[in-house]
Design a protein around this ligand. Structure first.
Ligand code: HEC
Length: 151
């Protein structure tokens, strides 16, 4: 009798832990993960912008590594917008419209990845400005529709 009680309460604890782990993945996790990925996107974009502003020299290797990191992080962010993560226990600037237009949102992420890959392929300084313009437009296209501005 006693041992049955112990084992059933242990089962209940295991069950509770599983539920807690689940709710963490479903709500707190993706907001943190996509914001962390987007911060990395912002960091890589900052390094590219510094070249455009002549605060850093044009260096094809630096361009390639930042553009590649940017593409990888947009891809990672795209995977962290599951249904139900419009709100969570952390503030998010993601608009609810994302989940009403998920195919369009995903397409905009893919376009940004494409623009980043095109940037990664730039080896001549003469091609850098146009690639950066296209990349910037890809960020803006998504943020305008799907991200609340930070005040
Ligand atoms: C497909 C849509 C999409 C694209 C493309 C996109 N973003 Fe974002 N970005 C978002 C959303 C949505 C958020 C808000 C996420 C949240 O708060 O949960 C965000 C947040 C951010 C943040 C704030 C992160 C934080 O929490 O501090 C930065 C910085 C950022 N994006 C930079 C960029 C840059 C630079 C590009 C282009 C190279 C880009 N993003 C492309 C959707 C996008």
């Amino acid at each position: 009798m006693y041992s049955r009680l112990v084992s059933s309460s242990r089962t209940a604890v295991i069950g509770l832990t599983a539920v807690m782990a689940l709710s963490t993945t479903a709500f707190a996790g993706p907001i943190d993960d996509r914001q962390a990925a987007m911060k990395n996107v912002g960091k890589a974009m900052g390094a590219l912008a510094a070249i455009a502003k002549k605060e850093a020299p044009f260096d094809a290797g630096v361009v390639n590594s930042n553009a590649t990191a940017l593409a990888d992080n947009v891809k990672a962010a795209k995977d962290h917008f599951p249904e139900g993560s419009a709100t969570g226990d952390k503030e998010t600037w993601a608009k609810a419209e994302i989940w009403q237009n998920k195919a369009d949102f995903d397409a905009k992420a893919d376009k940004a990845v494409e623009a980043a890959m095109a940037m990664a392929a730039v080896t001549a300084e003469a091609d850098f400005g146009a690639a950066l313009g296209a990349l910037g437009n890809a960020c803006k296209a998504c943020h305008t529709d799907y991200r609340r501005p930070k005040q």
